[in-house]
Design a protein around this ligand. Structure first.
Ligand code: G6P
Length: 602
């Protein structure tokens, strides 16, 4: 959803900006642009394409000056071409800005500005902001006042970086419903959509909240409320993530590195939450009306969470996509409601809207989040971190398995507190949970086989993923991974649904991936596999029962694990299969077309 970065200090600004944009590329990669200022002149270079291609072509690293801003785009308004690439400027060329978000009232503002004689160069919503500030500057006492006046006319979501050639000392940044964080250096300051952008230079960060703007200078920062003009005091956080964690470390793609990091990530999730989880369980134990809301992969974790809560804690949460919940739940929420939000980034627009709606209605909110200090963590009553470390690949992998780990821990703690499950069962589950990192390492050993399988299946057009019980979540997630990065059509569904429609699509050699751990419904999924086999489907099964070998074209033997913990393990081969199919088909799995990691617009 676009990445922005800004630098002011003594270094060559373009170097800091270009390297930061490379680390922000997961947010969007349609086009790139940089502006620096030197001796009162703005130097702008921008174009359609990825930073790797454009860095040399546009000479981004030749821009002079020690102050500047940059942008990597995921197009919302206007096709991704050179003209629509950010930064955008006003008519005088003295104001340049970059934007992450959507200006909802831009048409109305544009009309007004056109009438006043402004000339627009792009089709973007962003450009109106530059002209609006220019217009306000005609009557305002100074740039800051013009900026504030303009901001108060904008509707929508926006994180902005602004440079004004008439002010050689500062950069300006704004946050409203799109992420923005400051990096605090010594004699230099940074601002960006996300921490990894400036992690090589500083790990001291200030998270900006909605409705705030920042005046950034070499020596420091002032944060103000753009509605009232009041100065806001901000806490400085120390970020535990290291730069190394945000680099590929010899892997060809971030996604592959993150898949392989799962044993460690799950271990961190377990140890990072072992102490606090009982207290959180106690706090939420009294709620019987529970919603779990999320989007994308996090939504699949929510589905698994429902099974965990049902089986162990005897609670039946309503699982809903945050984008639906936000428009459906008004009138259904009160102080007896618990809303659990799951979000890797803590910045997904729909999920944040869902949390805000819950809060407005007096509900208790608990967020399960990966990014420390993100918006979801700041607006929720309770927070559990997944401790997965930075995830750069657009397709979520280690953050999913750590979300599942946290949900399993929460359900176990809740069941223990409520006495809803046999203590022996809970102890056994807990013991197995601690063994999961080793079991995941074991599952990763299938990589070579999965690569061969990917070779055999590279030209297939449709895949079906089936599962029962908690494995429905794995089926959905396996299908999503495949769609996202290999661009092969895939459907994930509960195996019981197969006969009610999708079976009509199973014909000779259509791959059917059956997620079949031993458990309550094992026999049932065996029947579903037979049904697909009878239609000549190509059966790939994952499980720990040898019976599967006899009825499958390909059998992926998984370590034995309790069904309730199986999603943490069984998704791993599916991630690898999707990854290798994507690579074989010539796609970049880290940057799938049309997608972005953080969907910070609705
Ligand atoms: C995007 C990403 C997905 C992610 C989803 C929800 O679609 O590409 O990987 O699962 O957003 O993001 P969140 O940060 O809220 O988990």
């Amino acid at each position: 959803m676009c990445g922005i970065i800004g630098y002011i200090g003594d270094r060559k600004a373009c170097d800091v900006i270009v390297s930061g944009l490379k680390r922000l590329e997961y947010r969007g990669y349609d086009s790139v642009g940089v502006v620096t200022e030197n001796g009162g002149t703005l130097h702008i270079r921008k174009g359609a394409g990825k930073i790797g291609e454009l860095e040399k072509k546009l000479g981004l690293s030749e821009l002079p000056g020690t102050r500047g801003i940059g942008h990597t785009r995921w197009a919302t308004h206007g096709i991704p071409d050179d003209t629509n690439a950010h930064p955008h400027t006003d008519c005088t060329g003295r104001i340049a800005l970059v934007h992450n978000g959507i200006i909802e009232n831009y048409l109305e503002l544009k009309e007004e500005l056109l009438k006043r004689g402004h000339i627009f160069k792009s089709d973007t919503d962003t450009e109106v902001i530059a002209h609006l500030i220019e217009e306000e500057l005609k009557t305002a006492a100074n740039f800051e006042e013009a900026l504030r006046r303009a901001l108060n006319r904008l509707k929508g979501s926006f994180a902005l970086g602004i440079i004004y050639s008439g002010d050689g000392e500062h950069l300006y940044f704004v946050r409203n419903e799109s992420p923005l964080v400051l990096g605090i250096g010594k004699g230099e300051m940074f601002a960006a959509s996300d921490v990894p952008a400036f992690l090589p230079y500083t790990n001291r960060a200030v998270f900006i909240d909605d409705g705030e703007y920042v005046i950034l200078s070499k020596e420091g920062y002032i944060v103000k409320d753009f509605r009232t003009g009041e100065v806001r005091e901000k806490d400085v956080h120390t970020i535990e993530w290291s730069l190394k964690m945000a680099e590929k470390q010899g892997y060809p793609h971030f996604m592959l590195k993150e898949i392989h990091e799962q044993p460690k990530a799950v271990k961190e999730a377990i140890y990072g939450n072992a102490e606090g989880i009982a207290d959180i369980a106690e706090e939420i134990a009294g709620y019987d009306k529970i919603f779990i809301v999320a989007m994308g992969t996090s939504y699949h974790a929510a589905i698994a969470g429902k099974y965990l809560f049902q089986r162990l804690a005897r609670k039946v949460p309503v699982v809903e996509e945050a984008s639906e919940f936000r428009y459906e739940a008004e009138g259904l929420l009160d102080e007896n409601t618990l809303v659990i939000a799951i979000t890797q980034s803590g910045e997904t627009a729909d999920t944040l809207a869902a949390i805000k709606l819950a809060k407005r209605n007096g509900a208790k909110t608990l967020s399960i989040v990966n990014v420390v200090g993100s918006m979801a963590t700041r607006i929720s009553d309770l927070v559990l971190y997944t401790h997965a470390g930075p995830e750069i690949g657009v397709a979520a992998t280690k953050t999913y398995t750590t979300q599942l780990t946290v949900l399993a821990m929460l359900a176990i703690a809740l069941a223990r507190h409520l006495g809803t499950a046999d203590e022996q069962l809970l102890n056994a589950l807990e013991k197995r949970l601690y063994e999961l990192p080793d079991l995941i390492a074991e599952a990763l050993k299938h990589e070579e086989n999965l690569k061969e399988l990917a070779e055999a299946l590279r030209d297939r057009k449709d895949f079906f993923y089936i599962g029962r019980g908690i494995s429905v979540a794995t089926a959905l997630e396996g299908a999503l991974k495949l769609k996202e990065i290999s661009y092969i059509h895939a459907e994930g569904l509960s195996a019981g649904e197969l006969k009610h429609g999708p079976l009509a699509l199973i014909e000779d050699s259509v791959p059917v991936v059956a997620v079949a751990p031993s458990g309550r419904t094992f026999d049932k999924i065996v029947s579903n596999i037979e049904e697909a086999k009878a239609r000549k489907g190509f059966i790939i099964s994952l499980g720990d029962n040898d019976e599967l070998m006899k009825i499958s074209d390909v059998f992926i033997r998984m370590p034995e694990v309790d069904e309730l913990l199986s999603p943490i393990l069984y998704v791993v081969p599916l991630q690898l299969l999707a990854y290798h199919l994507a690579v074989l088909r010539g796609n970049d799995p880290d940057k799938p077309r049309n997608l972005a990691k953080s969907v910070t617009v609705e």
